[in-house]
Design a protein around this ligand. Structure first.
Ligand code: G1P
Length: 291
């Protein structure tokens, strides 16, 4: 029997320089798409996929994230006193059960692989998920839940993938594919951010992973890769002969909320997908971008 995936890592240590000045005092993961912070979308997606333990790899200046997933007694009491039950439920629902949320600091920004490695003792010897809050997916069935179904079949390392234009391969981890049935691709290698002319394919990793704990041993070596950073992609590539690697084309639309255009696009798409906001959003679009 395959071990259940119970834990998820959320690397939230990044500086968010692309969103300055908004991110000077505010963690980029707290930027809202419509009315919910990016990190909350990721946490809700993890929960809907059956994740029970949340592990945040944070950094300095990220305490707003901890406060967000904690009680705010003054706010809760005020809402209760004013009979604002809906709002009260909204802020209470998101608080994890005591002991089911852990924080560790990355200390130095040495790369995604390093951030994940920082959580090794909290994960232990079991498979785990990694969610990058920057990558937001709008889908009927949440992306990680789709992956869990497939993980039950394949085990190993499984990531969400999508085809990108060739001139964008240097933004992603790219699969060197051996077999592809149109939904699931098996890879024999992986390259982090290759230039378009040397990229082995255009099939790119987006920020959802289900990983085997053996990867931590690779990360222990602290070897630097693309951009001088310790890369998660490299750790998965070096274990590919021992741990089968699959990429899953998920159903849904992914927004790169690490870029301004992607963030804007996400706000428009999520507003249009909301019953309470669709009419307003359509009206705004018509007014500002007629025809
Ligand atoms: C990270 C990973 C990369 C992946 C991407 C998805 O890169 O290193 O392999 O394709 O996330 O968003 P980053 O965007 O942090 O530079």
């Amino acid at each position: 029997m395959r071990r259940r995936v119970r834990k998820a890592i959320f690397p939230v240590g990044g500086l968010g320089t692309r969103f300055l000045p908004a991110t000077k005092a505010l963690p980029k993961e707290m930027l809202p798409v419509v009315d919910k912070p990016l990190i909350q979308y990721a946490v809700e997606e993890a929960r809907e996929a059956g994740i029970e333990e949340l592990i945040f790899v944070t950094g300095r200046g990220k305490s707003a994230i901890e406060d967000h997933f904690d009680h705010s007694f003054e706010l809760q009491e005020t809402l209760a006193a004013r009979g604002k039950e809906k709002e009260l439920a909204l802020v209470q629902e998101l608080i994890p059960r005591p002991g089911r949320i852990a924080y560790t600091r990355q200390l130095e920004p040495l790369g995604l692989g390093h951030a994940v490695w920082c959580a090794r003792s909290l994960v232990g010897e079991e498979p785990f998920a990694v969610l990058l809050a920057d990558d937001l997916v709008l889908a009927d069935r949440p992306c990680l839940a789709q992956m869990m179904d497939l993980y039950a079949e394949h085990g190993g390392n499984l990531v969400a993938v999508m085809d990108v234009p060739r001139d964008q391969t240097d933004r992603y981890g790219i699969l060197d594919v051996v077999h592809d049935d149109g939904k699931v691709a098996q890879a024999k290698g992986l390259v982090e951010k290759p230039k378009p002319d040397v990229a082995p394919s255009t099939l790119s990793i987006i920020g959802r992973y289900i990983l085997h704990p053996l990867g931590f041993e690779e990360l222990d070596r602290q070897e630097k890769g693309a951009g001088g950073e310790i890369q998660l992609t490299d750790a998965m590539a070096r274990t590919i002969d021992r741990i089968p690697f699959h990429g899953m084309r998920f159903e849904g639309t992914r927004f790169d909320c690490g870029s301004k255009a992607g963030f804007l696009e996400a706000n428009v798409a999520f507003a249009l997908a909301r019953e309470d906001l669709r009419a307003d959003a359509e009206d705004i679009l018509k007014r500002f971008a007629p025809g």
